[in-house]
Structure formats: structure tokens, C-alpha cells
Design a binder for this molecule. Structure first.
Ligand SMILES: NC(=O)c1ccc[n+]([C@@H]2O[C@H](COP(=O)([O-])OP(=O)(O)OC[C@H]3O[C@@H](n4cnc5c(N)ncnc54)[C@H](OP(=O)(O)O)[C@@H]3O)[C@@H](O)[C@H]2O)c1
Length: 319
């Protein structure tokens, strides 16, 4: 637990420190009800009607809810409102980044939700650069979000600024973790080769997360396999292949695929819910960018209806 001047910060699963040093895998998923610290008044009635959102245990500590709000899609002018709506509807995880330049809006959205930041799972990211630049971005992130620590900080991309390196950036993250500025550390858009390079120098291993583009029709199976073997949780972004930043995902969106529509009709849910369920049913967390209230509710409501059948999972995985 970390304390600030005015408040006790960070509430997660009691006893998690005891298991924090164990390596984890994507099968280690349990359902967790939003923290009791949540102000009931601030939460829409909807949040009490959806099934609990499961979470995955991270190497290094903490449980990441399987569905995060991604704020960095570029198409959401009003990140503060989207953040507030997400939380008021029961969302407890938010994925932002130094590069998104929206962390003050995230802070505003959290404040207006009425739910304390200490009840949320905050993920942020830094660029690959020198040790000093990485340390500055870590400090900026905390200042912009208005918190003394975040739950998870990632190296955003595997390419670095001049003079910087993956190793120097990872060292800054390792030190930030030791100083209590971030609970867990991880990477994003890393290939197996990048990870192997990092492993040779790392004091903290494995990274808690490798966040990569993942959707029906776009899955990097070799990297997924490597991460599973190394107990690195493989987290999906652009799960609907929908955002302007989902540049690696080029097939134009999963929601219009006929196979996805057929499965959605069979379960009486939306194609988006099927696309998200295909990821979380594998035990993998995801970040989806969403602003519309009805979409937010769909994206959070993935567990009050049945699982996809094995055959449906196989059909969707084969696309
Ligand atoms: N680490 C990285 O390098 C990286 C790169 C790209 C993205 N990301 C992260 O991943 C997040 C998501 O990526 P993305 O922007 O490509 O998003 P995405 O989740 O694949 O697609 C977002 C789009 O899907 C729509 N949508 C969401 N739920 C829907 C529903 N239930 N029905 C119909 N449409 C729905 C949204 O509509 P509305 O806007 O109308 O609600 C939005 O236009 C980003 O915000 C960011 O946090 C990370």
C-alpha cells in the first residue's frame, strides 16, 4: 500500500503481495467485484446489473480487470467525459499514455466520476529513450494524473529516441517500481526478439504485460506463444480494429465480418461484444476506445451472457 499526504492510495486484492513474486500466466483469471471503496451514489444503476468483471494477476503485483477504457484513439475529443461515463458504468481500468497528451483529461474524468483513483487500475506508458527522459516521463505521468503511483507503466514502442535504448528505459521503470511510483512494469508492441534482448539485461523479469494489436483477423500468434511461455500477459489493443491508432490492424473492422455477425445473432448480443469476448475468453485483457454510453455498456457487459462455444472460438480464431 502507498500513502500520499491526504489519502491512502491503491486498493486491490488483499494478500496479492504474497503472490506477487510468482510468475503468472493468462489462465490465472478470477472474477473481482469493483472495490467496496466505490461510492454507490456515483455509479449508474447499470453497473449493478452487469456480471463482475474478471481480472488477471500480474507478475509484479496487482490484478488487471480484463476490460480497460483506452483513451488514446485520437477520435475522442472529450476524454474526460468518456472516462467519467466508463467509471460510472462500472469500468475500473483505464489505459492512457504520455504520448496521448490526455492524462489531465483522464484525471478530470476520474474526479467527476465520484470514484477515487485509488479504486481504479491505471495503466500509462512512456517512450523508449534515455534513462533521464524515461524518468521525467514517469514523473510527468504521475503529475498529470494527479496520483502518487499508477498500477502499470509500459514502454510504448520498441523503437527509441536518439541516445536511448530499451535497456535504459527498462532500468528507469525498474527504479520507478522500486520507488513505488508504479506497481507493475511492462512493454507494448514488443516482438520476441525485443523481449529476448531485454531479458539479457533485466533485473525485473518478466514484464507484466506486452500490449499489442489483437483482434479477430489480426493476431500475431508467434508473439502470443512466446509471451505465454514467458508468463507475460498478452494484452490486446484495437480489439475492434476500429480506431485511427490501430494502424497495424488493416482489415477494416471486425464488426462487419459475417462470421462475427452470425455468432452475435446466436447469442443475442452485438458483434462488438463477440469481438471483445473472443479476447477475454482466452483470459487476455484488452483496451477498447469507446465514448458512446450505449457502447460503453456493451463493452462492460461481457459476462452476463454465456461463453462462446469451442467451435465458435475456433471459427473466429481461424479468420
Ligand atoms: N499500445 C499501443 O501502441 C496502442 C496503439 C493503439 C491503441 N492502443 C490502445 O487501445 C485503445 C483502443 O484502440 P482503438 O482506438 O484502435 O480501438 P478499438 O476499440 O478497436 O475501436 C474503437 C472504435 O470502436 C467503437 N466501439 C467501441 N465499442 C463499440 C460497440 N460496442 N459497438 C460499436 N462500436 C464500438 C468506438 O466507437 P465510439 O468512439 O463511437 O464509442 C470507436 O470508434 C486505444 O485507445 C489505446 O488506449 C494502444
Amino acid at each position: 500500500m502507498v500513502t500520499s499526504d491526504s489519502a491512502v492510495y491503491y486498493v486491490c486484492v488483499p494478500g496479492e503481495d504474497a503472490v506477487a513474486s510468482q510468475l503468472t500466466n493468462t489462465n490465472d483469471v478470477t472474477a473481482a467485484v469493483p472495490s467496496a471503496a466505490t461510492s454507490a451514489d456515483a455509479v449508474d444503476a447499470f453497473s449493478s446489473t452487469i456480471a463482475a468483471i474478471p481480472s488477471v494477476l500480474l507478475s509484479g503485483g496487482g490484478r488487471l480487470p480484463l476490460v480497460s477504457l483506452g483513451t488514446g484513439s485520437g477520435q475522442h475529443a472529450d476524454v474526460a467525459t468518456a472516462t467519467s461515463l466508463w467509471i460510472r458504468n462500472g469500468g475500473r481500468a483505464i489505459d492512457t499514455a504520455h504520448d496521448y497528451m490526455d492524462q489531465r483529461a483522464v484525471r478530470k474524468g476520474i474526479a467527476s466520476s465520484g470514484v477515487p483513483a485509488s479504486s481504479l487500475f491505471l495503466t500509462t506508458k512512456i517512450s523508449c529513450g534515455t534513462y533521464d527522459k524515461a524518468s521525467r516521463q514517469i514523473a510527468d505521468n504521475l503529475r498529470q494524473l494527479g496520483v502518487p503511483t499508477v498500477n502499470l507503466t509500459l514502454i510504448h514502442f520498441d523503437y527509441c529516441d536518439a541516445g536511448g535504448s530499451l535497456e535504459s528505459t527498462w532500468k528507469a521503470l525498474e527504479d520507478a517500481k522500486a520507488d513505488g511510483k508504479t506497481r507493475a512494469i511492462g512493454v507494448s508492441n514488443f516482438s520476441p526478439a525485443d523481449l529476448q534482448k531485454l531479458k539479457r539485461q533485466a533485473r525485473v523479469w518478466p514484464p507484466a504485460i506486452n500490449q499489442c494489436s489483437l483482434s479477430i483477423g489480426f493476431h500475431d500468434d508467434a508473439t502470443i506463444k512466446y509471451c505465454d511461455e514467458q508468463s507475460i500477459v498478452y494484452m490486446g489493443y484495437s480489439p475492434l480494429c476500429g480506431g485511427v491508432n490501430g494502424s497495424s490492424c488493416t482489415h477494416g473492422g471486425v464488426m462487419s465480418l459475417p462470421q462475427v455477425k452470425a455468432v452475435a445473432a446466436a447469442h443475442s448480443v452485438s458483434p462488438a461484444q463477440v469481438a471483445l469476448k473472443w479476447i477475454v475468453q482466452q483470459g487476455r485483457p484488452l483496451a477498447t476506445a469507446v465514448a458512446r454510453a450505449d457502447y460503453i455498456r456493451e463493452d462492460l457487459d461481457l459476462w452476463s451472457w454465456g461463453n462462446l462455444t469451442d467451435m465458435e472460438m475456433e471459427t473466429l480464431s481461424a479468420i
